[in-house]
Structure formats: structure tokens, C-alpha cells
Write a protein that binds this ligand. Structure first.
Ligand code: CA
Length: 233
């Protein structure tokens, strides 16, 4: 996948932050389109059809949440939110509204770029259907439902496979707890976070070298979980 042609729409009203983002992204050979209001964002999104949106939630004419909801009505474009550190509720609302991931301000350049790349990869992967994962010593084949570690075959239950599959579809990106429960256990079990916690704990014991310090199956406190793999750069 070449990243040379990827267009990123940066939606941010603060000129200094917009400039930093533009410099960072262009150094990575992204093409950058800028918008400083919600109205502008919608116009640019419709006319340029960008590959990814980077959006600040506090905009002068409307909030970023409204932009995300309106966009999601017609576009599956990956959306990464820029949010202030203290705005936990906003973060959850943005992910619920259809954002793929978030970066907390003040952000570090490597983290921001990693999130952008992960969101773009997730988008490609959803059409490519990559099903093999490497998590340290463990190799997972989701099509065959096979897992193998240095000590041989690892048995995962069907439920555990479904959790990993759901996380793998969003590899490198956060999956909200409620989304995971809804997809794996069904919408009638949305309040049953205990089953999910137990399942994650068991998965870590099977897949992580040190289940207490997971490197691949990560908790996003108060939000959900994120699966990493060694295939990510
Ligand atoms: Ca702002």
C-alpha cells in the first residue's frame, strides 16, 4: 500500500495546531486538505472524498460530534478525533457517533501518525480480509481458527475467537466495550461487561507472554480494547 496518494482532511479551528498537523502529515507524504469550521469540513469532505479525517471536537460553528454523525450518514471514511485530555465523555460520544479512534491533545507526533496509519490500514484490511495475525510467539489464523505458540497449539473457545475477530477487524484501533459485547454476545447483553472482562482475561492468559502486562490485547480504560499485532510498523 502506498501512502503517497492518501488525502487527509484536517478539521481544526486553531491555526497553530492545524499548521503542525499539516507539516507532520505532509512530511509523511499525505496530501492535506484543511477546514477550520464544521461547514467547511462538510464541503471539503464532499468535494475531495478524503481517505481519512482528523477532527477537533471543538469547532466555532458546531461541534465535531455533529460533523461525525452527519458524515457517517453517507461515508465510511476513517475518522480520528483530536480531543482534549479532560474530555473523557466527549471521547466516548465521538467513538459512539462513529469515529474510529482518538488522539489526546497535546499529542505526540509518532502517536498521531501511528493512529492515522492504523485507521487507514483498518480501512484497507476490511476489503482485503487479512486473517493471519502475529502476536509475539503466537500465530493466529482466524479463517481456520487455529492458534499456535512456541509450546504448540493453543485452544481458544468459539467465543474467544469471536472477540479476537472483532478486535482484528479494527486492528490497531480502539473497539468500544459496548460494540464488542453487542457483536459477540448480542445487543440484549450490552450491560454484561463481566463476561467480556473474563473473556479478555482468559485470552491474555492464552496469548500474552505476561498476562499482567499485555503487549497485544490492550485495555483502553473506560472505553474498550485495542488489538495490536507485530505486523504493524
Ligand atoms: Ca478547537
Amino acid at each position: 500500500m502506498t501512502e503517497a496518494m492518501h488525502q487527509v482532511l484536517v478539521i481544526e479551528d486553531e491555526p497553530s495546531i492545524r499548521k503542525v498537523l499539516k507539516v507532520l502529515l505532509e512530511a509523511e507524504r499525505f496530501r492535506v486538505i484543511e477546514a477550520d469550521t464544521a461547514l467547511r469540513a462538510e464541503i471539503e469532505a464532499r468535494s475531495h472524498k478524503p481517505d481519512l479525517l482528523l477532527i477537533d471536537l471543538g469547532l466555532p460553528d458546531s461541534d465535531g460530534l455533529t460533523v461525525i454523525r452527519r458524515l457517517r450518514a453517507w461515508s465510511p471514511v476513517p475518522i480520528v478525533v483530536l480531543s482534549a485530555r479532560t474530555m473523557e465523555d466527549q471521547k466516548i460520544a465521538a467513538l459512539d457517533a462513529g469515529a474510529d479512534d482518538y488522539v489526546t491533545k497535546p499529542f505526540s507526533a509518532p502517536e498521531l501518525l501511528a493512529r492515522v496509519r492504523a485507521a487507514l490500514r483498518r480501512n484497507v484490511r476490511s476489503t482485503e480480509q487479512t486473517s493471519a495475525l502475529k502476536l509475539g510467539d503466537v500465530r493466529l489464523d482466524l479463517d481456520r481458527r487455529e492458534a499456535r505458540g512456541s509450546a504448540g497449539e493453543i485452544h481458544l473457545t468459539p467465543l474467544e475467537y469471536r472477540v479476537i475477530e472483532c478486535l482484528a477487524r479494527h486492528l490497531g484501533s480502539i473497539v468500544m466495550q459496548r460494540q464488542l459485547i453487542g457483536e459477540v454476545w448480542g445487543p440484549e447483553r450490552l450491560d454484561d461487561s463481566r463476561s467480556l472482562r473474563v473473556c479478555i482475561k482468559n485470552l491474555r492468559e492464552k496469548l500474552e507472554r505476561d498476562p499482567q502486562k499485555p503487549r497485544y490485547l490492550l485495555t483502553e480504560t473506560g472505553l474498550g480494547y485495542r488489538l495490536r499485532s507485530d505486523e504493524e510498523p
